[in-house]
Ligand binder design. Structure first.
Ligand code: ADP
Ligand code: MG
Length: 228
């Protein structure tokens, strides 16, 4: 595999997805093409229902039923088994959702340690990394707080730290600040972008907020099933 191929963290060609609803077939993705370079932060814009989440599920190897080519870090994923998809998700992807999905019985620190332990990092290393990430997001005084003792913005910062815990090549985020008030959303997104840049990851971030999208390296828009 050439270095040139690896420079492309994401390479989508003619990705298609439709859903059958009763007698109707809804064609949500109608031939999506997208390249994302290593270290590039791309905003995915489109109104509600345009297929942003569906596209992120394709890139995140979270669902089947897609047609076309999905290459991640130069590797074609279309014909891999479920365990192949699991390996790629574990080794190169990080996810942030609109709702944080933190483990409620575990502290902020533990929530960021956990994915590292699953990936085989030893506990002391995982704790040190979790603490560094949380401190850099301004949560140094919140390490031992459970999610219910954190504000919405703080919870989402922990989710950001968790997504970056295993130094993923690619971070996928589905309206990561969609559940926060405007001022908090701006702050959390700015921190998120800063940390992604600092870590050298690429990112694809769905949002319907033009103002937030303008802070990223590039904007792509989903319109009638294709990217413009
Ligand atoms: P967005 O994230 O941009 O709001 P989605 O990707 O969630 O859009 O949805 C795009 C379209 O696909 C919507 O019309 C939605 O109803 C439809 N859709 C998404 N998932 C399913 C599903 N599992 N079954 C049927 N239709 C779906
Ligand atoms: Mg969505």
């Amino acid at each position: 595999m050439s270095d040139r191929a690896i420079d492309k963290t994401v390479e989508l060609r003619d990705v298609r997805r439709s859903f059958v609803q009763g007698d109707a077939v809804i064609e949500v993705l109608r031939g999506v093409n997208l390249d994302i370079r290593a270290n590039e932060i791309v905003a995915l814009l489109g109104p509600s229902g345009s297929g942003k989440s569906t596209l992120l599920q394709a890139v995140g190897l979270l669902e089947g039923g897609f047609e076309g080519s999905i290459k991640l870090n130069g590797e074609e994923t279309a014909h891999l088994s479920a365990s192949g998809h699991t390996r790629i998700r574990r080794d190169m992807l990080g996810f942030v959702y609109q709702f944080h999905h933190l483990l409620p019985d575990f502290s902020a620190l533990e929530n960021v340690v956990m994915p590292q332990l699953i990936a085989g990092t030893n506990e002391s290393e995982a704790e040190a990394r979790a603490e560094t990430l949380l401190r850099s997001l301004g949560l140094g005084e919140r390490l031992n707080h459970k999610p219910s003792k954190l504000s919405g913005g703080e919870q989402q910062r922990v989710a950001v730290a968790r997504a970056l815990a295993n130094a993923p090549k690619l971070v996928l985020a589905d309206e990561p600040t969609g559940n926060l008030d405007e001022a908090t959303a701006d702050l959390v997104l700015a921190e998120f972008i800063r940390l992604v840049r600092q870590e050298g990851s690429a990112a694809l971030i769905a949002t319907h907020n033009e103002r937030l999208a303008a802070k990223m390296d590039r904007i792509v828009r989903l319109h009638e099933g294709v990217l413009t």
